[in-house]
Design a protein around this ligand. Structure first.
Ligand SMILES: *Cc1c(COP(=O)(O)O)cnc(C)c1O
Length: 355
């Protein structure tokens, strides 16, 4: 049982629910736990506050840091709910294993998330498409200079109200100099360094007028991998194609949900290698109908243009059918307005946090 220490004065009255800046507003509480001597201790939900960390903190120097991103929403009947929460702790533990960090117990994670969300239920924005974004984070906490796995870790779950994500269609640059990940590397882990390494090529792409990068494989820079920090899908000749997750692609949960929803709807979905040459050829012969990215934050973002080796290829996002279908399905599951035929929705008992 996770103890709760409640904040004295909630900050919620300072929040304008119609104008929530993404990533900057935090709810009142966080879940906190410490790992030492091979076990997790001091697990609690307590007021969100600054941490005191020694300058030699191993995570800062050598990068043992992993995270997750998930959403709590409100069912139309008013109860808070989560979608596929167990997938997030399973993936976090896979990230932990790759980064030589300890497992976090699945049952404690689920209890922590459910208690935190029910405690912060008033922070879930009411507007359709908005959510309470949950950010689980684990990082090394040893005070030590030298490369080795940490003995101590800190585990946190924080919560941020976020408004609906109105993303304009993206212009992607197929990146043929820099890479995000390579086979055998850390691309499958949601670990801090992957994002740090992507910032410079992203900045260059932005200076050239693009929104995001279309990542190509680390060996031959031929096979498409991801779009920015989203998984990528193509619709060619009526078939939906997404790169197979064979080691250097993040195994997106939205990607998995999209594949299952599309197959149930009767679409052919292929998980396989797809080269940038296949995509440019399909664009030239008119069989390329859609490109879009998937991820928890936005669900789906359409791609209107991509550029490879200086040549631009455009798509007509107004004719997209597959991308809006996925968005509608996921948004409908997240507010309980669509039937939950895969049993992905976990409605929470709002009294949980008072026990
Ligand atoms: C988190 C993430 C995704 C999307 O995963 P979801 O589970 O759908 O949110 C895709 N690519 C990268 C690199 C990511 O970090």
């Amino acid at each position: 049982m996770i103890p709760i220490t409640k904040i004295q004065h909630s900050k919620i009255s300072s929040l304008d629910f119609n104008n929530i800046p993404f990533g900057k507003v935090f709810s009142d509480h966080m879940f906190y736990a410490e790992y030492e001597n091979g076990a997790w201790h001091n697990m609690e939900i307590r007021p969100l506050e600054n941490l005191s960390v020694h300058p030699s903190n191993l995570a800062w120097h050598y990068g043992q840091s992993i995270f997750e991103g998930m959403k709590a929403t409100k069912h139309q009947d008013g109860s808070p709910m989560l979608m596929r929460p167990e997938m997030h702790i399973k993936r976090m533990n896979a990230s932990a294993a790759r980064m030589c960090m300890p497992d976090f117990p699945e049952d404690v994670f689920l209890e922590a998330v459910e208690k935190l969300v029910t405690l912060e239920v008033d922070w879930i924005p009411p507007a359709k498409g908005s959510a309470l974004y949950l950010r689980p984070l684990m990082f090394a906490a040893d005070e030590f200079i030298g490369v080795r796995p940490s003995d101590k870790y800190i585990y946190i779950i924080m919560a941020l109200p976020v408004g609906p994500y109105y993303a304009k269609p993206l212009k992607l640059k197929a990146e043929d100099v820099y890479i995000r990940a390579a086979d055998g590397g850390t691309g499958e882990a949601k670990t801090a360094g992957n994002y740090a390494g992507s910032l410079f090529p992203w900045k260059l792409a932005q200076e050239q007028g693009f929104d995001q990068i279309m990542w190509l494989d680390g060996k031959n820079k031929k096979n498409v991998q991801e779009a920015g920090t989203m998984n990528i899908f193509f619709v060619i000749d009526g078939k939906v194609i997404t790169p197979a997750t064979t080691g250097s692609i993040l195994k997106g949960i939205t990607r998995d949900s999209a594949i299952q929803l599309l197959r149930k709807e009767g679409y052919t979905v292929e998980e396989r290698e797809i080269s940038i040459d296949e995509v440019t050829a399909a664009s030239k012969d008119g069989s390329l109908h859609e490109i879009f990215g998937t991820g928890t934050a936005a669900v789906v973002i359409s791609v209107s243009d991509f550029n490879y080796k200086g040549q631009n290829y455009s798509l007509d996002v107004d004719t997209y059918k597959v991308a809006p279908f996925i968005k509608e399905c996921v948004d409908g599951l997240r507010d309980g307005s669509k039937p939950d035929s895969f049993n992905w929705i976990k409605k929470l008992d709002a009294t949980l946090a008072t026990i």
